[in-house]
Design a protein around this ligand. Structure first.
Ligand code: HXC
Length: 290
């Protein structure tokens, strides 16, 4: 655990060193949460681990939880020393979906008038890289959250599913769209129309996840990846994420044009100069995110 330093924001451990200054800034901008935990991990606390923490309800995504998640993401996005995020769940679920008990009394007029779920795609709008560490059930909105992350690691106990059809409804936060892009039409249709769940290994085979590991290793492996990403230039990782995500939005020619423009733009950064100088001088680069 030497390199894995942890700060539990909600516990108020502001005095921890050696990165007390940046942590204190992060904390001062972060409210305390009931349903979400945020920890700083990795060298220099460069990784923000955001954990959904409502285990008695299998991390069902209530409005309060989603509001806190949005605030935690805002804070991690603002904090310059955070280079990447990990999203995970406490207990046996990543998240068992939107809170059905909270939703059951809703009617169309208030859903529409209040634009129910409007803030649910906050995660998809995070500009820093996000690794999902799917520790258990990822159902409905939980599967949709995993699909909004940039990389999905799963434990052997993880299961992915879109069971909304059993409730007389359908995915409402991008599930039908992102799942098709992740696993193709036939498997996405099978999952959405029949509520069949995928095991972690099926998710790996289908391309929904890029790694399956034992539960006990999941978080460390996700943090290790996030830390590796965080060591790179933040300007470059943000550009790379924007370019890859463009593949979901635009045609090939336009996507390649955007990629080329971002590649050209990287030559305006000090980090691009530093990266190439370090290679030529046979040393490690020292990125300043400028
Ligand atoms: C509210 C939930 C919940 C949910 C579980 N719980 N899922 N509460 N909303 N989505 C609560 C249970 O009510 C129970 O609380 C406790 O968590 C433990 O769950 P159990 O059912 O007792 O556990 P188990 O028998 O192991 O079954 C696990 C399960 C089942 C298979 C995951 O709970 C289940 O089917 N949950 C619903 C999954 C689902 O349909 N998700 C999609 C939701 S719709 P108590 O108090 O009784 O102990 C959705 C739409 C998204 O996500 C639209 C866009 C955002």
């Amino acid at each position: 655990m030497a390199a894995v330093r942890m700060l539990v924001l909600r516990s108020g451990l502001a005095g921890l060193r050696p990165w007390a200054a940046s942590s204190a800034r992060f904390m001062s901008s972060s409210p305390s949460f009931q349903f979400v935990e945020v920890e700083r991990r990795g060298a220099e606390g460069s990784v923000a681990v955001v954990a959904l923490n409502r285990p008695t309800a299998l991390n069902a995504l209530s409005e309060a939880l989603m509001s806190e998640l949005g605030q935690a993401l805002d804070a991690a996005e603002r904090e310059a020393s955070v280079g990447a995020l990990v999203l995970t769940g406490r207990g046996r679920a990543f998240a068992a979906g939107a809170d059905i008990k909270e939703m059951r009394g809703r009617r169309f007029p208030d859903c529409y008038r209040e634009d129910f779920l409007a803030n649910w795609d906050r995660l998809a709008r995070v500009r820093k890289p996000v690794v999902a560490a799917v520790n258990g059930l990822a159902l409905g909105g939980g599967c949709e959250l995993a699909l909004m992350c940039d990389v999905v690691y799963a434990s052997e106990e993880a299961q992915f599913g879109q069971p909304e059809i059993l409730l007389g409804t359908l995915p409402g936060s991008g599930g039908t769209q992102r799942l098709v892009r992740a696993v193709g039409k036939s498997l996405a249709m099978e999952m959405v129309l029949s509520a069949r769940r995928l095991s972690a290994h099926e998710a790996l085979q289908a391309g929904l996840a890029s790694r399956v590991c034992p539960q006990a290793e999941l978080l460390d492996q996700a943090v290790a990846l996030a830390e590796r990403i965080a060591r790179c230039s933040q300007v470059a990782t943000t550009m790379a994420k924007e370019a890859v995500n463009a593949a979901f939005e635009v045609g090939l020619a336009e996507g390649c044009r955007l990629e080329k423009r971002l590649f050209h733009a990287s030559f305006a950064t000090r980090d691009r100069q530093e990266g190439m100088d370090a290679f030529a001088e046979k040393r490690e680069p020292r990125f300043t995110h400028q």
